[in-house]
Each structure stands twice: as C-alpha cells, then as structure tokens.
Design a protein around this ligand. Structure first.
Ligand SMILES: *Cc1c(COP(=O)(O)O)cnc(C)c1O
Length: 379
C-alpha cells in the first residue's frame, strides 16, 4: 500500500456510477439538442437518428448502423436477419445479461451455453467445438465488461463449421481486437445504449451494426413493421425504432465517448496498481485488445460479506451477474443443473463490480481500492 495514494477521508463516498454528474457537465448541449427535436417534431427516426447512424457506423468502422430501441432488439434482429429460427441451436455464454439468451429464444432457436475461460470471463473458444451439433447455426460471443472475446479462435472455428458469428457488443462500444473495433467481426453485432452503458441514451436505445448491405436493409425493414415503402409490408416486423430524443442525446454524447473511455481505462489501470497486493483475482487484458472497461470487476471469496463491508465504508459495488443464465428460472426448460458450467457459476459467486465511471476522481478510485484491500486483506 503506497502512502501517497492512501486518501482516507472519513466522509468520502464512492457511488457505483453517477449519471447525474455527467448530466451536470452536458446540460446545455443536451437541452439544446432536445429542443431541436421538439421544434422539428421528429420524434421517431428522422434527422437526428440518421445523423447518429452515420456517426456510430464511422465510430465502429463498419458500413451500416441501424438505430433501434434497445440492445435486445438488436440481438433479435441480428439473429432474424441471419435466418435463425425454430429447430436451430445458437452457442453462447451463460456469464452474461439474460438478453443474449432471450433473443435466441425469441426466434424459436435454443441457446446452448458453453463455459467461460476464467482468465477473461468470456466464452472459452476451446469448449465451443464440443457443443457443436448438426443443428448449430451461430455463435454469439459477448464482449463482457467491454473486454473483446477471442475473435480469432471464434471466427476460425465458425468458418470451419459454417457457423455465423453475431457479436453481443452491448458492453463494448469502441473496444478493439487486433486493432479493429468490435461490431464488424461477425455477420452483425448488437450495441445497447441503456443509460448505464458506456454510451447511454436518456431512455432505451440500441443499434445493429453490419458490413452486409442485405442484412442492413432487412434490419431497417424489420425495425419498422417490415415495411419496404410506406404502408407496404414485406415481412411481419416489429416496432423497434429509435426515438429522435434518444438519437439527439447520443449525438451529443458520442463526441465525448473517446475521452470517457480513456478515463475508464486510466481508472482501471489505477485499480490494477492499487489492488496488486490485495487478496483478489483480477482479469488480465487479453493480448492485442483494447478493453473499454464498461465495468472493473474483482473476484473475491465471501463476496456478499465483502460487499456489505464496503457499503459500510461508503463504497458502492454491484454484481454482474449474481445468477448465470443457465440457472435462471426462465430457462429451466433447458434442464441445465447447477455444476454444469462450473467456471461460470464460480465467477457469478465471486464477481464484484467496483465503482467505475468517467466523472469519478483518482481519489475515489484510491479510496475504493484501499477499502477493498482492507476488507479482503493482502495476498
Ligand atoms: C445491456 C445488455 C443487453 C441488452 O441491452 P438493452 O439495451 O438493455 O436491451 C444485452 N447484452 C448485454 C451483454 C448487455 O449488457
């Protein structure tokens, strides 16, 4: 523990994240953008949405971005535009938000969960092969916590077995794998703009990205009741359109995303430094990736007790996720039992999300890291 960084101010509290602090900094710009949408009365799709689609496609280094009303809708459309449906199997991870698996279920396909590599918390490519059957059509790697999955291994395996790859990039805006931004590695990718994500709207929001013209045009049609032209419907589609207000907020916030990501990365590096002697296990950044730290997690024994102790010290934490998807009641029909994905289950028991947001201070990172060290002890 380095004395110069140990700032134990009795009344410091460290929130898990703080969207109000961010609004304080952006208020004028946001109000002006919302006013513009109101003046133009473009409440659904429209100019701001188109502007955002162009800007976000550029940001992700992909050809197309289709703005939607959520990340879940993006996953659903990514699967539908890949032709996935009843009788198909889709391989993914159970160490994720339930939406990844729900989207598979919406199409009538069956989610097939593969255990994680505990060093990365992401799907273990070495375990995918054994889960492939004649019905397997696609793999959905999740770039959990903003950390790219092992796309070389996954892509190679998918090509060998003629499987499609759909990225769940809902936590990974701007992350890079082998120099390229996530969102363009598979047939399509899903992003979420839920308020707490690295790029968050002021309500629900999401996007599908792709480099394929046909997927882009089908996704555009499906998000708006399967319309080809106004009131001519080619498919039974959905109402998955993005609001003008959300796009206006996202257009303001996208300009700051790089600098916010740099802050997240800097704070993650400080956590790493200040937790090096603590009795915790940390994830390493995989080689040749740039992680965007949607979350900074540590793995600890007696996690719930540690959380309670930290709470008393004024440090808010969170757990993503306390129960893996294969053991959720909603998926009981898959008949997966406890112990069937031991590494995922252990991760869910031990994972502890530390406070991390661009508006926090180094002092707060230091305080949170040192409180955690105090609670769990040294290695
Ligand atoms: C947030 C999230 C989703 C769902 O996004 P919504 O916009 O909330 O529908 C899907 N997958 C992952 C990994 C997420 O973190």
């Amino acid at each position: 523990m380095k004395a110069e960084v140990w700032v134990k101010t009795a009344n410091v509290t460290v929130p898990y994240f703080d969207l109000k602090a961010q609004y304080g900094l952006l208020r004028d710009e946001i109000l002006e953008a919302l006013d513009r949408v109101s003046q133009n009365a473009t409440f659904i799709l429209g100019e701001e949405v188109e502007r955002f689609e162009q800007a976000f496609a550029g940001y992700c280094e992909v050809k197309h971005c289709i703005a939607l009303n959520s990340g879940t809708s993006a996953l659903h459309l990514a699967l539908l535009t890949a032709g996935i449906g009843t009788g198909d199997e889709v391989i993914t991870t159970a160490n994720t938000f339930i939406a990844t698996a729900e989207a598979i279920a919406y199409t009538g396909a069956t989610p097939v969960f593969v255990d994680i590599d505990p060093a990365t918390a992401n799907i273990d490519p070495e375990r995918i092969e054994a889960a492939i059957t004649k019905r397997t059509r696609a793999i959905i790697p999740v770039h959990l916590y903003g950390r790219p999955a092992d796309m070389d291994s996954i892509t190679e395996m998918a090509e060998r077995d003629r499987l499609l790859v759909i990225e769940d990039a809902c936590q990974a805006h701007g992350a890079r794998y082998a120099g390229r931004r996530v969102g363009g590695f598979g047939r399509a990718a899903a992003f979420s703009f839920y308020p707490g994500k690295n790029l968050g709207a002021y309500g629900e929001g999401g996007a599908l990205t792709t480099n394929d013209d046909d997927i882009a045009s089908m996704a555009r049609s499906l998000r708006s009741h399967g319309e080809s032209t106004r009131y001519l419907h080619k498919y039974v589609g959905y109402n998955y359109r993005m609001d003008g207000f959300q796009a206006a907020v996202l257009n303001v916030k996208l300009k700051y995303l790089e600098q916010w990501t740099a802050k997240r990365q800097a704070f993650a590096a400080l956590y790493r430094r200040w937790l090096q002697d603590a009795n915790v296990r940390l994830l390493e950044d995989p080689a040749d990736t740039e992680c965007v730290y949607h979350l900074f997690v540590a793995y600890v024994d007696n996690r719930d007790k540690v959380r309670a102790e930290l709470e008393k010290l004024g440090v808010q934490t969170a757990v993503h996720y306390p129960k893996p998807v294969h053991l959720q009641e909603a998926f009981s029909y898959l008949e997966r039992t406890p112990g069937s994905l031991p590494l995922t289950e252990r991760a869910c028991e031990q994972v502890l999300g530390m406070p991390l947001f661009p508006e926090m201070t180094e002092e707060q990172v230091s305080y949170a890291a040192h409180c955690l060290t105090e609670v769990v002890g040294n290695k």
